[in-house]
Design a protein around this ligand. Structure first.
Ligand code: HEC
Length: 149
């Protein structure tokens, strides 16, 4: 084999192996994002229930982290990532992308609301924010997530 041919062969081999894991990356990336969303929700949820001490700044920081984790989540569903990697993504995401993106945009809008102002002043204010943000979880999961087991 000439040097150029060898390079060509190596390049096509790389193209083949990287096209598979690209979907796997999207699946694990979106699951990582949701894990982070869940972690932040755990922090504010416990605080809202009085299971942990109220700390407005910590609550705001958790909402900011949630917003960062949610950012770009809706872009991690390329064609070909419908199955594999233990994904719980519903086929509906791929057949009703517009509806899915709208649901995600609503979530981001609520996160924008709770992160754009001051930290919640008291538990009552925090509960209202947790309630508003938390509604999005159920709405989207019901429509676009198929829970395994
Ligand atoms: C716009 C839709 C949408 C919203 C809003 C949403 N989720 Fe999800 N969530 C998903 C989808 C889709 C999956 C499955 C992803 C996969 O497995 O590919 C998921 C998975 C998860 C998981 C499992 C992650 C893993 O693989 O271990 C957790 C935890 C989670 N979501 C928590 C939350 C919480 C908490 C909220 C609200 C604060 C929320 N989600 C809001 C769509 C959403």
């Amino acid at each position: 084999m000439t040097k150029n041919l060898k390079l060509f062969a190596a390049a096509s081999f790389l193209a083949v192996i990287s096209s598979g894991p690209a979907f796997a990356d999207a699946i694990s990336d979106r699951q990582e994002k949701m894990k982070a969303v869940g972690k932040s929700m755990g922090i504010v949820g416990k605080m809202a229930k009085g299971e942990t001490d109220f700390d407005g700044e910590a609550a705001l920081a958790a909402f900011v982290a949630m917003k960062e984790a949610a950012d770009g989540f809706e872009e991690l569903f390329p064609e070909g990532s419908e199955t594999g990697g233990d994904t719980e993504a519903s086929p509906k995401i791929f057949s009703d992308r517009e509806g899915f993106e709208k649901t995600h945009a609503d979530f981001e809008a609520d996160l924008e609301t709770v992160t754009s102002g001051e930290a919640p002043a008291d538990v009552a204010a925090l509960r209202a924010s947790v309630g508003m943000v938390g509604e999005n979880c159920g709405t989207c999961h019901k429509a676009y997530r198929v829970k395994k087991n």
